[in-house]
Design a protein around this ligand. Structure first.
Ligand code: PRX
Length: 622
């Protein structure tokens, strides 16, 4: 397990000082409650907490009985603090359309939109679904919900109608906020028709708010649809923050499950706020003069914690763009970094590998000297990609934060903090505040160098509070072997220094280009097609995307397998679930390997696909 080690450049000593790893870890171990209390005390609370943490397995309550509003901390705290005219969001659209929102302007828009939501009858605790492109209005919509204590459920605008419907009905959203379309790679993709289809079987939806960006403006349906801007202009300007309980839900974010429907991960207001603030300040080290770019869409947890709430909590400046990494050409992101002076760049391994493939002469054309910190998230950053990122983008001096975490964890859990030696291929150590280890299926630690499961041993503030309306699924996370550990469902290995390398999922989730896709969702989408009798999906390693989806399909009697049918089935999945879930490869088969109890053995399919030994097949049906 030996490999290169990179020691931090001496210029990072000052940054590292704000968080000396071993001192901070010791401080945490000595008194965990005091550690979190000190962090939480940087923020403004309307009413103080009784207790920092109450751990009653598997439920953790954080900052009990405190009252707060996260938007008060994201907005007013800065308005009162010399950041009134500081840029909160700098957005660049295709064709270099630019929009700037200062903290003052963001505050104003959030209050207006929050009043607009109130005028539609949205009150504290109501769920609101947001299905929008990555534009400043998305952030305004999220914060407006939080302002009045409504619970947002953001759905990534690449999801199809069925996936959107499941999330709207699952969360019982009363209002859906969307846009007419989204701009992507020089074209425009309509969103409103997808919403129209998604709400056909969603009787709980009372209103749809539509941001109209195109000319001529798309028509709106009377009584159901309302224009985003009209909603903002016809309401009072002031909207005081609604005090919410620390344990009230802030948002629900859906993530793919191993079986059945996606899981609505619920994050609670107080703990989530503290976790997002802590890690943005001390892991990303976001500082006053940084221009910070997180390339994740707000539709994912990374876009929630590190694209929206974290940077606003610390009073940072967010850079957002519509540009994808390779359109109009693969130099566009580097030109944006040079043009705007981005100093923290947080992206995904799949993008890094794409850049690697097209060659270092492309970033070499841009001056990247503004960069200070690089980050990666979503899947393992393989050593080759680390090296390329470090040398070609970080110019041998920017630290790389390979951050391991999940929708469920809400915040960073494992990484190599700024100032610590970096080992390519290893995410790093648990950050101060997190107790994690690599264990066997009993929950006992495995020796270094041995593969095991990554488990988190103690609760942390931004841990999910619940799986929406599914306590059983929530409980399932918190039982590991004979211990009350949180099970991450990731495989990992630790070295002698305690650095952790992530090896991929141990369950039926496929991480495709950093996105979480459940085999169950793909299979049920395929089976819903009239030609399909049965289907199984597996992840197949891919140099660029980490994994790609391969589906095996048994056709119904009498259906003839044709190349056209392959195309139809892929299109069917795209319409239902969105492009991320479309199988790259689809093969017609006569049978599928199953256990005697009828469960598809995807492990056997995968081994066969890769020419490997399928391992124990004793439960395989004859
Ligand atoms: O398998 C791990 C992988 O992504 C999963 C979580 O996916 P999601 O909830 O969509 O959140 C992604 C963004 C936080 C994990 O269980 N993963 C995430 N980050 C890393 C990673 N695998 C290896 N290294 C990482 N840095």
């Amino acid at each position: 397990m030996s490999g290169n080690i990179y020691y931090p450049d001496s210029s990072y000593k000052e940054t590292a000082k704000i968080h000396n790893y071993s001192d901070k870890y010791q401080e945490f171990t000595k008194d965990p409650d005091a550690f979190w209390r000190r962090i939480a005390s940087d923020l403004l609370w309307f009413e103080p907490w009784d207790q920092v943490r109450v751990w009653d397995h598997p439920f953790a309550r954080w900052f009990t009985n405190a009252k707060l509003n996260i938007t008060y901390n994201c907005l007013e705290r800065h308005l009162n603090n010399d950041r009134r005219n500081k840029v909160a969001i700098c957005w660049v659209g295709e064709n270099n359309r630019e929009r700037i929102l200062t903290y003052y302007q963001l505050h104003k828009d959030v209050m207006r939109f929050a009043n607009g939501l109130k005028s539609l009858g949205v009150t504290k605790g109501d769920r609101v679904c947001i299905y929008m492109p990555a534009i400043p209005e998305m952030v305004v919509a999220m914060l407006a919900c939080a302002r009045i204590g409504a619970v947002h459920t953001v759905v990534f605008a690449g999801y199809g109608a069925k996936a959107l419907n499941e999330r709207i009905t699952g969360s019982q959203s009363k209002v859906v906020i969307t846009a007419d379309s989204t701009v992507r790679r020089g074209g425009s993709i309509p969103l409103k028709p997808i919403v129209e289809e998604a709400i056909i079987n969603a009787p709980m939806v009372e209103k749809v708010v539509v941001l109209r960006t195109q000319e001529p403006k798309v028509g709106l349906l009377d009584d159901l649809e309302i224009d985003f801007e009209d909603l903002m202009s016809s309401v009072p300007r002031q909207c005081p923050p609604e005090p919410v309980g620390s344990e009230d839900p802030l948002f629900i974010l859906y993530t793919s499950g191993t079986t059945g429907a996606p899981k609505g991960i619920v994050h609670a207001a107080g703990g989530y706020m503290v976790g997002a603030y802590y890690t943005t300040k001390y892991v990303l080290t976001l500082q006053e003069n940084d221009l910070y770019w997180c390339t994740a869409d707000p539709g994912w947890i990374t876009g929630h914690t590190y694209g929206t709430y974290g940077p606003l909590l610390v009073g940072g400046t967010i850079f957002m763009t519509e540009y994808t990494p390779d359109y109009p050409d693969p130099g566009v992101w580097w030109r944006l970094i040079e043009e705007y002076g981005v100093s923290i760049f947080y992206t995904a391994p799949t993008a890094i590998r794409m850049f690697m493939k097209v060659g270092s002469e492309i970033p070499d054309k841009s001056d990247l000297s503004s960069l200070r910190i690089l980050g990666s998230v979503g899947e393992p950053l393989n050593p080759e990609a680390f090296e390329w990122f470090y040398h070609n983008i970080g110019k041998d001096h920017c630290p790389i934060l390979d951050t391991w975490w999940q929708t469920e964890t809400g915040m960073h859990m494992i990484t190599t903090m700024v100032g610590e030696p970096m080992k390519p291929g290893f995410a790093g150590k648990p950050i101060p505040g997190i107790v994690a280890d690599v264990v066997n299926d009993e929950g006992d630690p495995v020796p270094s160098g041995t593969t095991g499961f990554l488990a988190i041993k103690e609760p942390w503030p931004s841990m999910m509070q619940m799986v929406h309306q599914n306590e059983e699924r929530y409980r399932g996370y918190w039982n590991f072997g004979k211990y009350h550990y949180y099970s991450t469902n990731d495989l990992a290995v630790k070295d002698d220094d305690g650095y952790i390398m992530l090896l991929g999922r141990s369950d039926d989730i496929i991480i495709v280009a950093g996105h979480n896709v459940g085999t169950a969702e793909i299979e049920s989408a395929l089976v819903s097609h009239q030609s399909v009798a049965e289907a199984a999906a597996i992840g197949k390693p891919d140099d660029l995307k980490g994994n790609l989806i391969k589906a095996f399909v048994i056709l119904r009697n009498g259906v003839i397998p044709t190349p056209k049918l392959i195309h139809d089935l892929k299109y069917h999945v795209r319409m239902m679930l969105g492009p991320i879930s479309v199988p790259a490869e689809l093969e017609f088969v006569e049978t599928l390997p199953k256990t005697r109890s009828g469960k598809i053995m995807r492990r056997v399919l995968k081994a066969r696909e890769m020419g490997m030994d399928p391992g124990d097949v004793s439960t395989l049906e004859e």
